[in-house]
Design a protein. Structure first.
Length: 273
């Protein structure tokens, strides 16, 4: 086998992809994955990490079709390892298929809880027509490690509970702190009530917004969340946290607002800073 490091141009990538035709395993591309790779390449997040473009002895492309397609899509030259001459019977590639964001963060000693990494993913996905790639989330977590951990402490200091370990709760805490809409101790108090239903130590505060939000979450969201429910959860949390800060009593359930209550906070942050 031959090992080389090549600078693959878009035209070279097109030629290499022609060798994918004879490979039944590689005929079908996951375009979402190609777009993620291309996004990272364009934004300087793609790294020479030893993962190879692989051809067998007949010249059939055995591994790397997604990367090559991304080079074509991004219209950018990328440096990567190329291996030629592997046995035609070899089929074990991409195992595991893709590392998680947590695994990427741990590899660089980025100490951010997985809930907050998920919160960053939601934050990116709130932007219109934006794909949150693993590398992008990792880079953001690295840049904002202290702020993300501070938001997580505010979330859990008052009362440790699975109820408030949702990524949407982490993002609500982060947004309110980053935009200075609430001080740390108020975020902590809100989630203490929201998590436990215990209003001890909240003299002088109107706790009904946190209690109403708590009831809504318990009644409406007990299972896994999708993109729609994440937006709805975040909308209600921001409404409730704003009322908690402003000492507005809440007697009725919150309704999903349009535009969402968190949209002004995103603008204050300049999108994703």
């Amino acid at each position: 086998m031959d090992y080389t490091v090549e600078k693959i141009t878009p035209s070279t990538a097109k030629e290499y992809l022609k060798a994918n035709i004879r490979n039944p395993r590689g005929q079908k591309l996951n375009m979402a994955r190609v777009k993620q790779y291309a996004h990272d390449m364009v934004n300087g997040l793609w790294e020479l990490n030893g993962e190879a473009i692989v051809f067998d002895k007949r010249g059939t492309l055995k591994n790397g079709a997604h990367r090559l397609a991304a080079i074509v899509l991004a219209n950018i030259t990328v440096e990567t390892v190329v291996i030629r001459g592997v046995d035609e019977s070899v089929t074990a590639y991409d195992m595991p298929y893709l590392r998680t964001v947590s695994q990427l963060a741990n590899a660089e000693d980025i100490n951010v809880p997985k809930e907050m990494l998920c919160a960053v993913r939601i934050l990116f996905n709130l932007l219109p027509e934006h794909i949150a790639t693993h590398m992008e989330i990792k880079q953001y977590a690295k840049k904002h490690e202290d702020e993300l951990n501070r938001a997580y402490r505010a979330l859990l200091n008052g009362a440790y509970s699975k109820h408030n370990k949702r990524a949407t709760c982490g993002l609500a805490s982060y947004l309110m702190l980053q935009t200075k809409k609430m001080p740390f101790y108020e975020v902590e108090l809100f989630f203490r009530v929201f998590s436990s239903g215990d209003s001890t130590g909240t003299d002088g505060y109107e706790v009904s917004p946190a209690m109403v939000a708590r009831d809504i979450f318990q009644d409406r969201w007990t299972g896994k969340s999708n993109a729609r429910t994440q937006r709805e959860q975040l909308d209600i949390l921001i409404q409730a946290m704003t009322d908690f800060h402003d000492a507005n009593e809440r007697k009725t359930n919150y309704k999903i607002s349009q535009p969402f209550a968190y949209e002004p906070l995103l603008k204050m942050m300049g999108g994703v800073c």
